[in-house]
Write a protein that binds this ligand. Sequence first.
Ligand SMILES: C[S@@+](CC[C@H](N)C(=O)[O-])C[C@H]1O[C@@H](n2cnc3c(N)ncnc32)[C@H](O)[C@@H]1O
Length: 207
Amino acid sequence: MGLFKKFVNQTRKPEGFLGRMMVNGMNSGHATMADWGMSYLECQAPVEVLEVGCGGGRNAGELLKKYPESNMTAIDYSEVSVEKAREYNKDYIKAGRCEVKRGDVSNLDLKKDFYDLATAFETIYFWPGLEKCFGQVAGVLKTGGQFMIVNESDGTDEVSKKYEKIIQGMTCHTVEEIEDALKKAGFTQVKTNHHKSKPWIAVIATK
Ligand SMILES: C[S@@+](CC[C@H](N)C(=O)[O-])C[C@H]1O[C@@H](n2cnc3c(N)ncnc32)[C@H](O)[C@@H]1O
């Protein structure tokens, strides 16, 4: 595998030196899109927030800024991501507002019916079975809790379809596939916001 392919394949599960480079890049590279997605969050003051597939932890930090009364649990199955997210959020961790730990969304080892808000930025492409993983998220959300998915691909754009071919285990889901899996996993009131000129989507579902 060439270096470029090796590098972009780090998006799925960052590991080693290339993985550390990738998580640094993701924090800055996804910021504009993540902030666009967060602008659709309508929750007033979630007490407990779960950030799934947190990568370098920048979005966990932004959510803690947006919700100054909230506590954050950020999880990722990559040790490199967890390490970077802990360093990025060290002040929030010291203040007792943030915990970053290893976890796989396909088998969440977290308190049931506990979180008010769960978020997933640029990560569901890699989840092994949308309905199953969305079901895991539903299980840890309180009734009435919200789940927001933000992707830079709506599953139809050429650029992402190109990456889908070179990144192992990546699937660019369409809005219909995501909405359908959310409903099958027990979510109601699923609403998708589409960016005016880019293939970005922010899907918000309520348990
Ligand atoms: C492209 S990165 C996005 C990181 C971050 N959310 C962002 O927007 O910058 C995808 C992240 O999802 C994580 N991930 C992928 N599959 C996962 C799973 N099954 N459980 C937990 N984390 C997962 C990867 O380890 C990686 O850190």
